[in-house]
Ligand binder design. Structure first.
Ligand code: ARG
Length: 470
């Protein structure tokens, strides 16, 4: 079915688009999300046109005023969005014409929807990345508080999810602080690169009007204008970088989610999630399910999917703009919305979680977790080669296993029967507390190290670049 007339291109087109054409072409259902940025971009552009004498001051004033009216109409839900007008840009411009008359037609001087959408989307992604920084900072703060409360709380450290060596829960929390700080660093790095304004590149080649791109860049809070008009309208690196950082962050959140799921099982019993972040079962009254953690774990899928979507949309596109690029937005919006929810949910879960220090301590000593400490003692105190010490300790583990007891429960006589070099001092290193306290190497798990690291992070909370700097 062909629609009568053509609302937008009446000069060149006699007939309106087929209904299917309209359906595939319209982006207003999702790009209406950009209305704030679109209106800000148009206001800056109108002011610049007037300053440069390209339009009159009174037209610019009418345009700016009309745009403000449109913003409040949209905010209060009074704005009638139309698919026939394709996208947010044409919807706003058409309404502006209704509100202020012919002056509205001057707004699009020296501009195209290509640079318009590029600036709108860049602003949105930049603002979102900056908001994420604050969200991650709150998550990091929750972890620092937990780390401080549990700097000396022992738990098993794992490799291969097998008990490896005792660590402190504070140290485990700080591992996540490192990850989320690197996520902040990646976002900050991306923001620095995307902080250039494409407005004024016009359709693709720049314009013959004497525009001032430095002015519009400044007005919109960008560091400077972009330097190449072709690249300006065809670059979506800023969105790809944002999604890369978001996907890595979602991966971190998912790993944390998995640990929370495991820790909160009755079998582990390391933590108890608060009622606020647990759900019940409709049939099994005893259950407390970690649904929020499971959903955070799952959301990684759609965030990774968004990154692949955009990379695939962009691959093979010739310079400069192609309509393919309209498919850049939904993936970014969806990923952003879900990563934001995931960070918020994790912050709540971490802040609220009850740490079961007894269960952690009991598990920390199980599985012969201090075997390495005995081997290290033999090396340090008797001068034995590490390989041989490993062998001797292995025999002690085998004996304990055979007796069904822990390493610390073996008697001195039993240990000396394995190797006479062992003396009474070796018994002390078999305790979990002694084990973690001894791990004072830089970055190690000793409670004093953990406290020093917490102080280090607290002193740097305003540096967005993460531990290594950029
Ligand atoms: N809705 C379009 C997009 O999101 C705006 C740019 C349209 N430009 C064009 N030449 N048709 O990409």
């Amino acid at each position: 079915m062909t629609k009568p007339g053509n609302k937008m291109w009446g000069g060149r087109f006699a007939a309106g688009p087929d209904a299917v054409m309209e359906a595939i072409n319209a982006s207003i259902d999702f790009d209406r999300k950009l209305y704030t940025q679109d209106i800000a971009g148009s206001k800056a552009h109108a002011r610049m046109l007037a300053r440069q004498g390209i339009i009159s001051a009174s037209d610019a004033e009418a345009i700016v005023h009309g745009l403000d009216t449109i913003a409040s109409e949209i905010e209060s839900g009074r704005f009638a969005f139309s698919a026939a007008l394709e996208d947010i840009h044409m919807n706003v411009e058409a309404r502006l014409a209704e509100l202020i008359g012919p002056a509205a037609g001057r707004l699009h001087t020296a501009r195209s929807r290509n640079d318009q959408v590029a600036v709108d989307f860049r602003l949105w992604v930049k603002q979102t990345a900056i908001r994420f920084d604050a969200l991650l900072l709150a998550l990091i703060a929750a972890f620092l508080d937990k780390a401080e409360a549990h700097a000396g709380t022992v738990m098993p450290g794992f490799t291969h999810l097998q008990t490896a060596q005792p660590v402190t829960f504070g140290h485990h929390c700080l591992a996540y602080v490192e990850m989320f700080a690197r996520d902040r660093g990646r976002l900050a790095d991306a923001v620095r690169r995307m902080d250039e304004c494409p407005l004024g590149a016009a359709a693709l080649a720049g314009t013959g009007f004497a525009i001032d791109r430095h002015f519009t860049a400044r007005e919109l809070g960008f560091r400077e204008p972009t330097r190449n008009s072709l690249d300006s309208v065809s670059d979506r690196d800023f969105a790809m970088e944002f999604l890369s950082a978001a996907a890595i962050c979602a991966t971190h959140l998912s790993r944390l989610a998995e640990e929370i799921v495991v820790w909160s099982t009755p079998q582990f019993g390391f933590i108890r999630l608060s009622d606020r972040f647990s759900t019940g079962s409709s049939i099994m009254p005893q259950k407390r399910n970690p649904d929020a953690a499971e959903l955070v774990r799952a959301k990684t899928g759609r965030v990774n999917g968004a990154l692949i979507t955009l990379l695939t949309v962009m691959k093979g596109l010739p310079l400069s703009y192609s309509k393919d690029m309209q498919e850049d937005k939904e993936a970014v919006f969806d990923a952003a919305e879900n990563v934001e929810l995931a960070i918020l949910a994790m912050t709540g879960m971490v802040a609220d979680m009850e740490v079961r220090a007894d269960a952690m301590a009991a598990a920390a000593g199980a599985g012969y977790s201090t075997a390495t400490d005995l081997a290290d003692w033999l090396v340090r105190e008797t001068g034995m080669a590490f390989r041989q010490a490993h062998h001797v300790t292995g025999r002690a583990v085998a004996l304990a296993e055979q007796k069904g007891c822990g390493l610390a429960e073996l008697t001195l006589a039993e240990l000396q029967a394995i190797d006479p070099a062992i003396d009474g001092r070796a018994l002390a290193v078999l305790s979990v507390e002694q084990s973690v306290a001894s791990r004072t190497s830089f970055g190690g798990t000793a409670p004093d190290n953990v406290r020093a690291q917490i102080a280090w992070w607290r002193a740097r909370r305003d540096e967005p670049t993460g531990s290594g700097g950029v």
